[in-house]
Design a protein. Structure first.
Length: 422
């Protein structure tokens, strides 16, 4: 008997919820996942990009950067805990409604409740509480939505679907900016509209797609053992560690380059209408991201190669950050926006496929992807703190975008350590 035969036999004995998927997902399923991701990221980034900065300025105009950094930083700490813990809980859920769907809907409702709190917040304390509730709910939803990709999508489709997930994230950002700067201009109305969209997107996905349940008699490890396994040893799983580090640096560079764009347009570029300027930048960014994500997703799945596209995306995103490092003007912003978009879209097209390939165990997909999502979320904690220091002491916005360039370029070095992926 060959060494591959016992592995194939073990795979065949897994319940359907844990087995490697082989059936291609259909456009209807993909579309609903795409819409749910748009709603999720709109609920996170419309506040981060526009509503929270405006609310911070309204509550304390003299210390708006500090208030914004404090609120987003504390909320991001909550997200770091919520993502792997909700993922862990969903891995162990044996509901007849499935493992992921109950947590997806519960997370959306909790996130919407937090957005309502923000709409009513009259001081920084309530604002902070509201944002923490949003981060807890929506990051729980993120853990389970991300897990549906390895649960349902075969290897040969993962770059295309991963690209659409990345496009959903950025399109949610762009549509969120449009929603709260053009369609709804009141602060409370913007928060409430985000809450409705989050719930509708999650409900459509949960109610219109199947979620494979674990068998009732499937044995589960004790909670103590599972919680101890939250740590994944870089020595035992080096590819996981290298991929995590690359993902972390890419997202840190992106956060440093995008979190303070509204203030950048106001205070450095002196654009006469910063809200409209941000909308234009995000529009260019979004169109370029869709092009990069769809094109690279197709090329990567067709060739079976992932890493070359990471290298290319790193170079493009670094050029975008360097453009704003040396030229803090409106024309430079118009050049940097599509460069960053096409680079980030290309990266996301292959990122999820790479990260899924290095997961240690099928039985703990959501927990492990929750740990990977920390690489997406931890920059939300660090970026405001680092940006505050850089803006005050290390060169202002030139220093901030320079740091984004260095951080992004360093990610390309880390991806070379991943051996399982071509």
């Amino acid at each position: 008997m060959s060494s591959a035969e016992p592995e194939a036999q073990a795979e065949s004995q897994l319940p359907k919820a844990l087995a490697e998927p082989t059936a291609r997902v259909r456009p209807g399923w993909t579309s609903l996942l795409f819409l749910a991701n748009i709603g999720l990221w709109l609920g996170i980034y419309a506040p981060i990009q526009v509503l929270l900065p405006e609310q911070a300025e309204l509550l304390d105009s003299a210390h708006k950067e500090v208030v914004f950094g404090l609120v987003t930083g504390i909320g991001a700490v909550v997200s770091l805990l919520a993502n792997p813990l909700v993922g862990l809980a969903s891995d162990r859920t044996r509901s007849r409604f499935g493992r992921r769907h109950p947590w997806t809907l519960a997370g959306a409702v909790a996130g919407a409740a937090g957005l309502v709190v923000l709409a009513l917040a009259g001081n920084v304390v309530v604002m902070t509480i509201g944002w923490c509730v949003v981060q807890a709910g929506l990051n729980g939803m993120l853990a389970t939505l991300t897990s549906t990709v390895p649960d349902r999508v075969p290897v040969e489709q993962r770059a295309r679907i991963g690209g659409l997930v990345g496009i959903g994230q950025m399109l949610g950002t762009v549509l969120g900016a449009v929603l709260v700067t053009v369609l709804i201009t009141s602060l409370s109305g913007g928060y409430l509209a985000c809450a409705v969209i989050v719930v509708v997107g999650a409900a459509l996905f949960v109610l219109r797609t199947p979620d494979i349940a674990l068998p009732r008699d499937w044995p589960l490890a004790r909670w103590r053992a599972v919680l101890a396994d939250l740590w994944i040893s870089p020595r035992r799983h080096p590819d996981f560690a290298w991929a995590w580090g690359c993902h972390f640096l890419i997202n840190l560079g992106n956060a440093l380059g995008t979190f303070y764009l509204l203030y950048f347009l106001k205070d450095a570029v002196h654009y006469p209408d910063p809200d409209t300027g941000l909308l234009i930048m995000m529009g260019l960014y979004g169109v370029a991201l869709v092009i990069g994500g769809l094109l690279v997703g197709h090329l990567s799945d067709s060739s079976g190669r992932r890493k070359p596209y990471v290298f290319a995306s790193v170079v493009v995103m670094t050029l975008a950050a360097l453009t704003l490092t040396f030229w803090q003007t409106w024309p430079a912003a118009l050049v940097a926006s599509p460069l960053l978009g096409i680079g980030f879209g290309a990266y996301w097209a292959v990122a999820l496929a790479i990260l899924i390939q290095v997961l240690p165990a099928a039985s703990e997909r959501a927990k492990d992807l929750g740990l990977i999502n920390i690489a997406n979320l931890l920059p939300q904690v660090l970026a405001p703190l680092l940006a505050t220091i850089i803006l005050a002491n290390l060169g202002g916005y030139a220093g901030l975008f320079g740091a984004a360039a260095v951080t992004t370029f360093a990610a390309g070095a880390l991806i070379t350590g991943v051996r399982e992926v071509r």
